[in-house]
Design a protein around this ligand. Structure first.
Ligand code: PMP
Ligand code: GLN
Length: 393
């Protein structure tokens, strides 16, 4: 049986932006600066000849910096030797974790909508994906703890969590996280938690790792990455922290996906991670301004944005432009480059439930420079002046 998987929505929409010259607010690909010291350190490492395989589990300096980061920020203690694993981005960490910890006959539970690597990873592992919806509560996407409990089956092995959440921009609240932790302990679930946007929360909301809740450290594999935190998504350096037995299992798979990752990047990212706080504070300011600029622009253009508590993305309802029906978001996004010179992503691409309960949601990214967001907003304002093109017969 072939396990081929369809082309990712990010590839499709970024190619559409390239072809049409539209501003790419689809894929979360920042055009923001990275820490100058980080760029210099990597260049120097390359020129100094640090270009051969690092240890498969990652350079000691980066494993030490990751452990120090988890302790300093969250009070979580991990041994750099055995409880930290460096991966080729969070993507490889997710694939390794799903392949290592789930298999045929297992259910993998996650939130819906969700980042596309979770259904793909579950499928590669031969496991079944089961989802619980995040539903609109006012202008925020919320998790219903009862629905989460009801979605657990006797076959549930893994719970894949994501906070801050892509694509909704939700930060799971203390009550929501508490319910997850209680359920995981009660049903003896292993939790894989994707926290790549850990530094990018707004309006004073803290990031609380699920591993820091009572009873959770021993059953949680936490994943993060340098890509978002330092605006270096092309470098693909991520990491896993967790108890030794889980990290060893994940590492056993990782060694046959890529073996090891990006030598010159690792020591440089270690230094950047040691000094991440002031950098992340400034990045949050930039992204918050971008979020507000885009949100106001969407509103002015007659669309209806929801609250983005974190991350790179804002959700908007496109029905005010006349797009309705079960392909509303897809039609909007296919037509927007021609109509408005902007690319966005239909939230349906992240949706597992069929039919999609909210096919009119579209995800716009705000991880762009202010001038590019201003131009996008101006284009949306102009485009808003026409109604939705007539449906093809
Ligand atoms: N998880 C989430 C929620 C993401 O949005 C992304 C996209 N960057 C990733 C994982 C992948 O991260 P990386 O680029 O480090 O592989
Ligand atoms: N994480 C990014 C997003 O959600 C894109 C990642 C990718 O292109 N695979 O847009």
């Amino acid at each position: 049986m072939s396990r081929a998987i369809e082309t990712s929505i990010f590839t499709e929409m970024t190619e559409l932006a390239r072809r049409t010259g539209a501003i790419n607010l689809g894929q979360g690909v920042p055009d923001l600066p990275s820490p100058p010291a980080l760029l210099k350190d990597v260049s120097e490492a390359v020129l100094a000849g640090e270009n051969q395989y690092p240890p498969a589990v990652g350079a000691p300096a980066l494993r030490t910096a990751v452990a120090a980061h988890q302790l300093r920020r969250y009070g979580l203690t991990y041994d750099p030797d055995g409880e930290v694993l460096v991966t080729t981005g969070a993507t490889e960490a997710l694939a390794s974790a799903l392949l290592a910890l789930a298999g045929p006959g297992d259910d993998v539970l996650t939130l819906d909508p969700c980042y596309d690597a979770y259904p793909a990873g579950a499928r590669l592992a031969g496991a079944r994906l089961v989802t619980v919806p995040l539903t609109l509560d006012g202008d925020r996407f919320a998790l219903d703890p009862d629905a989460l409990c009801a979605a657990v089956t006797p076959r549930t092995r893994l719970l894949v969590l994501n906070t801050p959440h892509n694509p909704t921009g939700t930060v799971l609240s203390p009550a929501e996280l508490g319910a997850v932790a209680e359920l995981a302990c009660e049903r003896d679930l292993t939790v894989v938690t994707d926290e790549v946007y850990e530094h990018l929360t707004y309006d004073g909301l803290p990031h609380v790792p699920v591993a820091s809740l009572p009873g959770m450290r021993e059953r949680t594999v936490t994943i993060s990455s340098a890509g978002k935190t330092f605006s270096v998504t092309g470098w693909k350096v991520g990491w896993v922290t967790g108890p030794a037995r889980l990290v060893a299992t994940v590492a056993s798979v990782k060694q046959f996906l890529t073996y090891a990752s990006g030598t010159p990047y690792q020591a440089a990212i270690a230094r950047a991670l040691d000094a991440v706080e002031p950098w992340a504070a400034a990045l949050r300011e930039t992204l918050l301004a971008g979020r507000d600029l885009l949100g106001e622009g969407l509103t002015a253009a007659g669309l209806r944005p929801y609250r983005a508590e974190a991350g790179y993305f804002v959700q908007a309802d496109v029905r005010p432009w006349g797009y309705d029906g079960d392909d509303a978001g897809y039609r909007f996004c296919r037509e927007l480059p021609e109509r408005g010179g902007v690319v966005a992503i239909p939230t349906s691409a992240f949706r597992q439930a069929t039919p999609d309960p909210a096919p009119w949601l579209v995800r716009f990214s705000f991880c762009r420079r202010a001038d590019s967001l201003r131009e996008a907003v101006a284009r949306l304002a102009t485009a808003s002046e026409g109604g939705a093109p007539a449906r093809e017969a």
